[in-house]
Each structure stands twice: as structure tokens, then as C-alpha cells.
Design a protein around this ligand. Structure first.
Ligand code: C5P
Length: 229
């Protein structure tokens, strides 16, 4: 990892909109983008394919070390196969949060995450970007919204998907429960729990549009570059 390369760490709970915000900030600045949640989703999918129990910490970490993961033009490739859609299901979201509790897996994914830190800069999105993976990031943002707001956004996303052909059953109550479970698991785990870094900026998006949230991050980054110029 090169300390001279600027990193913007964006952490927060599920469905806070941080993925979309992080991607747009990266595009605006011409920075690389790390979707660290995708890595945990990929491991959950690979484990399922190989009949490995999501609760088996050592087998999960061993499995992760064998995977050939590539991010190409918005596609996620695992061992040469396009798994972009397969990792975005609610099942893999839940699987990701189950495998993510294992410290050996988190250690196994460390080097891969650091390898994304390349010039001219990186926007990294996840749960522990500012606390564990890039603790020296000059800008750390904790992006969040009330659980009900996040559940409503996720519900709307799934409804939109359904309109475009997906036929899975959706209920707002199930989504809310699922988010509450995931939040509790992400915050309560011993290894790299979801917490706001002491030096992070809190960005509550309940009443913000995506564009406003992006502007807010960019303005903060601009202040940082002005200060360090
Ligand atoms: O961000 P996304 O919803 O894709 O992440 C899926 C799950 O992966 C999260 O609920 C969390 O348990 C885990 N995760 C993590 N650390 C990260 C990113 C994601 O533990 N840096």
C-alpha cells in the first residue's frame, strides 16, 4: 500500500446507498473503485458452489485463497465466469454477512483489497475501509440512513428488478427484518465490526438524493486537497 496515493474510505450499513455514491465519486475523480462487499459475496457464492458451510471459518478462508477474482468493465468474474448477477441476490447478501464474521477470511482478503490502491487514487466502499483496511485514508465517510429508509430503498430496488423480469417474492417486512439481522451481525462481530472511524465524517442520507451525497463527499475531498496543497 502506498501512503502517497489518496484513498477515500466510505463505510456504512447495508442499503445506505454508499455503493452508488462511492462509484460516482470514483468516476468524477477518475479514481479506482473497490467494492469490498462484492468480495464477501463472491466467497459466499463460491462456498455454496463447493458445498462449504458458511460457518466453517477455516474452510471458508482456504476456499477464498484459491479464487481467481477479476473486476472488468463493471462485470465481476470468478474463475473466468461472469457472476455479476449471481452475487447480487438477497441470499448472497446474507451469505456474505455470515462468512464476513470469520477473522481468517478477513485476513485472507487483506492483500487483495490493498492491491486496489493505485494511482491516481482509490474510493473504497465497505464496512471496515476506514477502520482496518485503509486506516490512513485522508478522507473517511460514514454514510448511513435510518433502517426503515434503507429497507424502503432496498424494497423499491427489488420491485424495479421484478418489473424487469425477476419473479422472486418480495415483502417489505422481510426486507426490514433481513436488514436488521445483517446490521446486528455486522456491528456485533468480533472481527472488524461495523463502526464509524473516530476521524470519519458522518453523512446521513435520509433526506439526501444520491447527487447531494456525492457532492458532499466531493466537497469534503476538495477541502482536504486544498488543505494539503
Ligand atoms: O456491501 P454489501 O451489502 O455488498 O456487503 C455484503 C456483506 O459483506 C455485508 O453485510 C458485510 O457483512 C460484509 N462486508 C464486510 N466488510 C466489508 C464489506 C462487506 O464485512 N468491507
Amino acid at each position: 500500500m502506498h501512503n502517497s496515493i489518496p484513498v477515500i474510505a466510505i463505510d456504512g450499513p447495508s442499503a445506505s446507498g454508499k455503493g452508488t455514491v462511492a462509484e460516482l465519486v470514483a468516476a468524477q475523480l477518475g479514481f479506482h473503485y473497490l467494492d469490498s462487499g462484492a468480495l464477501y459475496r463472491i466467497v459466499a457464492l463460491a462456498a455454496k458452489q463447493q458445498n462449504i458451510d458458511w460457518d466453517d471459518a477455516l474452510a471458508i478462508a482456504k476456499c477464498a485463497k484459491t479464487l481467481d477474482i477479476q473486476f472488468k468493465d463493471g462485470q465481476v468474474m470468478l474463475n473466468g465466469n461472469d457472476i455479476s448477477d449471481a452475487i447480487r441476490t438477497e441470499e448472497m447478501g446474507k451469505g456474505a454477512s455470515r462468512v464476513a464474521v470469520h477473522a481468517p477470511l478477513r485476513a485472507a482478503l487483506l492483500d487483495l483489497q490493498h492491491s486496489f490502491c493505485k494511482a491516481p487514487g482509490l474510493v473504497a466502499d465497505g464496512r471496515d475501509m476506514g477502520t482496518v483496511i485503509f486506516p490512513n485514508a485522508p478522507l473517511k465517510v460514514f454514510l448511513t440512513a435510518a433502517t426503515e429508509v434503507r429497507a424502503q430503498r432496498r424494497y423499491q430496488q427489488l420491485l424495479n428488478k421484478k418489473q424487469s423480469g425477476s419473479n422472486s417474492q418480495i415483502s417489505y417486512a422481510d426486507i426490514l427484518l433481513d436488514l436488521q439481522e445483517r446490521d446486528a451481525r455486522d456491528k456485533g462481530r468480533a472481527s472488524a465490526p461495523l463502526i464509524m472511524a473516530k476521524d470519519a465524517i458522518l453523512l446521513e442520507t435520509d433526506h439526501l438524493s444520491i447527487a447531494q451525497a456525492v457532492d458532499h463527499v466531493l466537497q469534503n475531498y476538495q477541502s482536504f486537497t486544498n488543505l494539503s496543497a
